[in-house]
Design a binder for this molecule. Structure first.
Ligand code: C5P
Length: 232
């Protein structure tokens, strides 16, 4: 699977999202629809972006009891997105139920990946707030193994953890990595960050980039800079 840059379209309206994407005339970027946009616009924004020819990562990070996640995934499978996700913290049983729900009658399904630990979470906060005593790298590897055992296709993690995840789960297990910033950007609320070039060196399969592109003075140039650094 080729490396790609996914733009996090964290906007609160479809209008703003479409106007933003209208700027990209050369190449239709792979886009991520997260909670903000999905809660504002619902499934119609997914259909609209699909019609425009974008590949879509639907980032709704499901985390509930297995039966509820299975049923929700079954509804999402009808949207024909390319990738969707859940929290690995929901347990292997929840992840297995998710795969079952996501798989269409013809056996096809979107890629399903699991959030390990959010890239905004530091090891210190994980210890203090979540009472998880293990080192953060071990938690990420353990959650990744659970996801692989449940039949998922990969994980969301920091680029800093992509190498370890591949060592533990194999090179074809996908690492989708937010927490990407250019060397001259502000980190904002992200903690475990890397530049696109470093994410490439560390073995990320996809980088997810939000504000470094969406808040740039020239978003198309920022996207092209990401592609140049990450895809080459
Ligand atoms: O603006 P920024 O580049 O920080 O955006 C990162 C995007 O990736 C956001 O949409 C955020 O919800 C998402 N994300 C993340 N960390 C995860 C999973 C998803 O930052 N572990």
């Amino acid at each position: 699977m080729g490396k790609d840059v996914i733009i996090a379209c964290d906007f609160d309206s479809g209008e703003q999202t479409l106007a933003f994407l209208d700027q990209f005339t050369d190449r239709k970027p792979y886009v991520k629809i997260g909670m903000e946009l999905f809660y504002a616009e619902g499934p119609q924004i997914v259909r609209a972006l699909k019609e425009r020819g974008h590949q879509i990562f639907l980032d709704l990070k499901l985390h509930d009891i297995p039966n509820t996640v299975k049923k929700a995934m079954s509804v999402l499978s009808r949207l024909d997105v390319d990738m969707c996700n859940l929290h690995a913290a929901g347990t292997k049983a929840m992840m297995e139920a998710a795969i079952e729900g996501l798989t269409r009658p013809d056996g096809t399904r979107p890629l399903l990946i699991a959030v390990t630990q959010l890239t905004s979470t530091s090891e210190e906060r994980m210890h203090a707030d979540l009472l998880i005593d293990a080192p953060l790298a071990d938690v990420v590897s353990h959650y990744a193994k659970n996801a692989r055992d449940a039949g998922l296709d990969g994980v969301v993690c920091s680029p800093l953890e992509a190498g370890t995840v591949h060592e533990v789960c194999g090179s074809s297990f996908l690492t989708v990595t937010p927490g990407v910033r250019f060397a001259d950007d502000a980190a904002a609320d992200q903690v475990r960050i890397a530049t696109p070039a470093r994410a490439k060196d560390l073995g990320s399969d996809y980088i997810v980039v939000g504000r470094s592109i969406t808040a740039a003075a020239d978003p198309v140039a920022a996207y092209q800079r990401c592609l140049a650094e990450f895809v080459g």
